[in-house]
Design a protein around this ligand. Structure first.
Ligand code: PA5
Length: 444
């Protein structure tokens, strides 16, 4: 199995029936996801997407990616939240966080529109100056302020550099084909539209055009990635106690009931940092509702052992860890040479061996410090195994939310700050809200 789950370092922290007591509920929620129950699951299109995606859609993505790869030096991916985190995380995990310095045979990829920082926008312009640029704006709703504002600026900049005909080749709009503002603009300008399925929410969209177009530009095998997801589905759609999504969702819920408030996702690989950001958004927006839900946090070990290690070992007992374990991609052994006499015991070990011992030592120390540890093990990161991992987390997350008693696919509370920003920026119809917010803000 490409992804496996191990609860051995958690068993003593959970009641014996942590899994068996939840199996029948999990089977029911699985039926909702798989569409075999009477209850209709909303926004569950991602469940079957890897198996049902139209070949014509994949051909469109490959064609666009091929053009960008051969005719552009740079792709700017504009998006926020579920419309960018997946793309960034897979790029860094499968290629490298240093992708832009090392990609000699494919375009550089910069991410924008996930903030409103003039400083970062200024840097972006410097990074793309003089290069052949393509832009992929990704917004499911087509109206999110951060990406739309950044796109407008960049479109204006590109209009000064390219003719309209050129721009039509260089701007790709990934959105729902539902007449939202972005979609309308794309049709008016005759830009290429990559449709996002209407039954897939933002944070479950990484395996749709939102993720796979940037992956294809980076030279990642998107067929293999979808195959990995599809294989994972075959495992996760089975109603069996050894279903890893059943086990992960049940263990999370059991630890939550035992009083744990934070799930700390860890790994021993610096390339995993952005993946953690994707995971945080997936679980945070899915579960944090009605005053409930585990707070999803991340740490990169050993780096963060030198900042958070003390707290994890000996601070409040409010967290458990979920460690994602996987092999390094590089075959080279990097043997530590002789250097300092007092540290001669390091000599002759490979970096890989040292990393494995860091993992083992830390795991056992944290368990001894009464911090439960769940393990998720992945075969070597490849397009296929990462497709499986993404799918595993999505499926487990949806099951977890159902166990908690919340809808996995909405995020009603996000609207509160979005509305305030819109009002403060002067959206018509929100004048009273603007007035009242401005009065309150002045008093702070
Ligand atoms: O998961 C979600 O639905 C959100 O995080 C969205 O992805 C995010 O708000 C961006 O929305 P949109 O793609 O509509 O611009």
């Amino acid at each position: 199995m490409p992804v496996s789950f191990n609860s051995i370092y958690c068993e003593s922290f959970m009641p014996e029936d942590w899994l068996t007591s939840r199996l029948s509920a999990l089977a029911q929620y699985q039926e909702v996801l798989e569409g075999t129950s009477d209850q209709k699951g909303e926004l569950t299109g991602w469940v079957s997407f890897p198996d049902t995606v139209a070949l014509s859609h994949l051909s469109q993505i490959k064609r666009i990616a091929g053009t960008i790869r051969s005719e552009c030096d740079v792709l700017v991916v504009i998006g926020i939240g579920g419309s960018y985190l997946g793309a960034r995380s897979v790029l860094e995990l499968l290629r490298s966080p240093n992708y832009n310095l090392l990609c000699h045979d494919s375009p550089q990829i910069f991410f924008a529109g996930n903030h409103l920082s003039p400083d970062a926008y200024h840097d972006l312009l410097a990074l793309i100056e003089g290069k052949r640029v393509a832009v992929n704006i990704i917004s499911r709703s087509g109206g999110t302020i951060e990406p739309v504002a950044t796109f407008s600026l960049l479109q204006n900049y590109l209009k000064k550099r390219y003719s309209h005909d050129e721009l039509q080749k260089r701007i790709i709009v990934t959105t729902q084909a539902n007449e939202n503002p972005l979609h309308r603009m794309a049709l008016d300008e005759n830009y290429e539209v990559c449709p996002m399925p209407s039954n897939v929410g933002g944070r479950y969209s990484v395996l749709t055009a939102a993720g796979i177009l940037p992956f294809a530009v980076a030279g990642i095998d998107i067929d293999a990635m979808l195959k990995g997801a599809s294989e994972m589905r075959r495992t996760l759609s089975q109603n069996r106690p050894d279903n890893p999504a059943f086990q992960y969702a049940a263990a999370r819920q059991a630890l939550y009931k035992e009083g744990k408030q934070v799930e700390l996702l860890t790994s021993y690989h610096p390339y995993f940092t952005s993946f953690g950001e994707w995971w945080k958004q997936l679980f945070g927006e899915t579960e944090g509702k009605n005053g409930m839900g585990l707070f999803p946090a991340t740490a990169q070990f050993p780096t963060d052992l030198h900042s958070l290690g003390q707290y994890v070992q000996d601070g409040q007992k409010l967290l458990f860890e979920t460690c994602v374990v996987f092999e390094n991609k590089t075959e080279s052994s990097h043997i530590i040479p002789p250097s300092m006499d007092e540290l001669s015991f390091l000599e002759g070990h490979t970096l890989d061996f040292a990393s494995k011992q860091a993992f083992r030592g830390t795991l056992l120390a944290h368990v001894d410090g009464d911090v439960p540890n769940l393990l998720i093990t992945l075969s070597k990161p490849t397009a296929q195994s990462i497709g499986s991992l993404l799918y595993f987390f999505q499926y487990s997350c949806a099951l977890s939310a159902y166990l908690l008693g919340v809808s996995p696919f909405d995020q009603p509370a996000v609207e509160a700050y979005k509305n305030n920003i819109l009002a403060l920026l002067g959206k018509p119809g929100l004048e009273d809200q603007k007035e009242s917010l401005s009065r309150r803000f002045c008093r702070i």
